[in-house]
Design a protein around this ligand. Structure first.
Ligand code: FE2
Length: 290
């Protein structure tokens, strides 16, 4: 039986972006929240789509859930967010970490966004401070600022479950990259140690899985499993060892396929840029900027 301290977690894995969207609730008919929803985007045609988000909505309606929050762990660089679409569909609020304003300032420059673009986070309904708590029905949510992958990353701790965003991946994959603007391997190490100081049985839900060949997709782990087995940050790995590994590895990684379309939409809480005079919306590609 599910109690308020053990929320029901319903995952939706998007095989195109390796992203997991979660619906978190206390059982049928209860208040709920959605973590990291995906807006479909085809980079060849420039078309967006809501098939993935519609699956989430169908699930929510089937269970009679009342979604009050759509939570982003960070401004994702690998998928567009469906938060704005879901807000209109479900009437929920969108929340993200307060340091999103730093990310907005950096990328307003990178994309040379319109002068009306605000870098105060006001596209979101709420900006969370580290340690902030709020209630969703019988569920209590605690926000943890876990910078490193980006300066604004947060994790959401709900009962015995933590939605870790891009900090940890499954133990055989390791940790998130730290080479985007504002990324910091030393900060990620501290964030990961903070997550891994939670009780050993704490359930950890990944934002992504990139399964090595031969293994099925998995996105749920525990603190104990990560401390014993994570290839980058198992117990005993020092900060210096981690930072050295992370920096050498990041130097070999290509940019994510959707980083340019994703970031300019996600810093707007998943809204597309305003249409131009002809009524068409354009996404920008800065040349030789990244
Ligand atoms: Fe990310």
């Amino acid at each position: 039986m599910n109690t308020p301290t053990r929320p029901v977690v319903d995952p939706f894995f998007d095989p195109r972006t390796w992203t997991v969207t979660y619906v978190v609730h206390g059982g049928p008919g209860t208040p709920a929240l959605i973590v990291d929803p995906v807006l479909d985007y085809d980079p060849r045609s420039g078309r967006t789509g809501t098939a993935s988000a519609e699956q989430v909505v169908a699930h929510v309606r089937q269970l009679g859930l009342q979604v009050s929050w759509i939570l982003e762990t960070h401004a994702h660089a690998d998928h567009l967010s469906a938060a704005a679409w879901l807000r209109a569909e479900l009437g929920a609020q969108i929340g993200i970490g307060e340091h999103i304003t730093r990310v907005q300032k950096v990328f307003a420059g990178v994309f040379h966004l319109e002068p009306e673009f605000r870098t105060d986070g006001s596209q979101f309904d709420h900006l969370f401070r580290d340690g902030e708590t709020f209630e969703v029905g019988a569920l209590s949510v605690e926000v943890m600022h876990v910078p490193g992958h980006t300066p604004a990353c947060v994790a959401y701790r709900i009962g015995d479950a933590v939605f870790v965003g891009d900090t940890l991946f499954m133990p055989d994959v390791g940790t998130a990259r730290c080479d985007f603007p504002g990324g910091d391997a030393r900060a990620l190490h501290a964030s990961v140690r903070r997550l891994l100081s939670l009780p050993p049985a704490t359930r950890l839900f990944m934002c992504h899985d990139y399964p090595p060949s031969g293994r099925d997709v998995r996105f749920e782990s525990t603190v104990a499993e990560q401390r014993a087995q994570n290839i980058h940050v198992h117990d005993g790995v020092t900060e210096a060892q981690f930072v050295d590994m992370r920096q050498r590895r990041d130097a070999t990684l290509e940019m994510p396929t959707l980083i340019l379309p994703s970031v300019q939409v996600n810093i707007r809480a998943g809204q597309l840029p305003p249409p131009e005079a002809n009524g068409t919306t354009y996404l920008k590609i800065p040349v030789n900027a990244l």
